[in-house]
Design a protein around this ligand. Structure first.
Ligand code: HEC
Length: 97
């Protein structure tokens, strides 16, 4: 019981510190060439939103990080602690629709 409490606290702390307040402002914005489609936005809200609240709040913000996003998902660094399905990955890579 006591051990469970400690483990739960530990996990909560790890999740909290890794999820709350991620900010991509240290990563440079690029000029937006093509806004992401609704499908891309909805995958990103679903899979990235929890941690990257402000980062990907608008299509313009997502657009300005396109290269970083494509790089992170292709290399499977992101989403952290989660996986994208084959379709979700394709959706982001194609910047659909
Ligand atoms: C569980 C929390 C979490 C989720 C979910 C998440 N991220 Fe991140 N992301 C982070 C953290 C924390 C960092 C800061 C750098 C690090 O720790 O790797 C980060 C950094 C980044 C970076 C910059 C560093 C790099 O590795 O390129 C990009 C781009 C990024 N995330 C994109 C995404 C995208 C796109 C998704 C959704 C497909 C996503 N993230 C989902 C937590 C998360």
């Amino acid at each position: 019981m006591k051990q469970n409490t400690i483990i739960t606290l530990f996990i909560t702390t790890v999740l909290f510190t890794s999820c709350a307040g991620v900010k991509l402002q240290d990563y440079p914005m690029e000029p937006c060439v093509k806004l992401p489609g609704d499908k891309t936005v909805s995958v990103m809200n679903d899979k990235c939103g929890l941690c990257h609240k402000g980062d990907f709040a608008t299509k313009e913000l997502i657009c300005g990080r396109k290269a970083a996003i494509i790089d992170a998902v292709s290399a499977k660094r992101m989403p952290k602690f989660k996986n994208l399905s084959e379709n979700e990955l394709k959706t982001i890579l194609k910047w659909e629709q």
